[in-house]
Design a protein around this ligand. Sequence first.
Ligand SMILES: Cc1cc2nc3c(=O)[nH]c(=O)nc-3n(C[C@H](O)[C@H](O)[C@H](O)COP(=O)(O)O)c2cc1C
Length: 192
Amino acid sequence: MRIKIYLIIVLLIVTGVLFVFRQKEGDGAMANSNHKVLVAYFSRTGEQYGVGNIKKGNTAIIAEMIADATGGDLFEIKVAKDDYPEEYDALVNYARVEKQKNARPELAGKIKEFDKYDVVFLGYPNWWGDMPMPVYTFIDSYDLSSKQVYHFCTHEGSGSVKKGLAVYGHVAQNERETAKKKVDEWLKTLDL
Ligand SMILES: Cc1cc2nc3c(=O)[nH]c(=O)nc-3n(C[C@H](O)[C@H](O)[C@H](O)COP(=O)(O)O)c2cc1C
């Protein structure tokens, strides 16, 4: 009888410790999720608005935060023939023409085993109040109909989105803790 009581006490303690541990783990957003997550993003380095010459794109920074928090795989959407100018004004003009043409630039690389993912985070910078044209090529190239798709963007003022996450590019670049907080708060609101 005494042994039984000891065993019950030990079991209760172990259950309690596990419960506390899992709660802590849950603070890191999607730690307990069973989803297979893909974080696909388009982002540019070089000269960007308000941040000078950057080595890692603003959207890339947010994409990495999401991948870290969800355990997701990262995929950078890149064009096959990269003619995008490094200089900001030239890039703005280039992107304007691309948008006017409703272009579908060919992409480099393919996602391996796309079918295995059930959640896709899709990230991009706001370009002319729209998605960059390579992101349209991406959407045309993969069947997203059976996936849970969540959008996130970076911007420098036009970040009013109905659904999804919008972060100022300069915040992503220069105020990482603030950006991370925004990301984590947003992830907690999702059905994951
Ligand atoms: C071609 C181009 C067009 C842009 N158009 C807008 C815009 O319409 N509204 C806005 O708020 N920001 C605009 N921006 C600013 C970018 O959205 C912002 O700097 C973003 O964080 C860049 O992300 P990236 O480093 O991941 O490429 C534009 C930037 C570029 C290069």
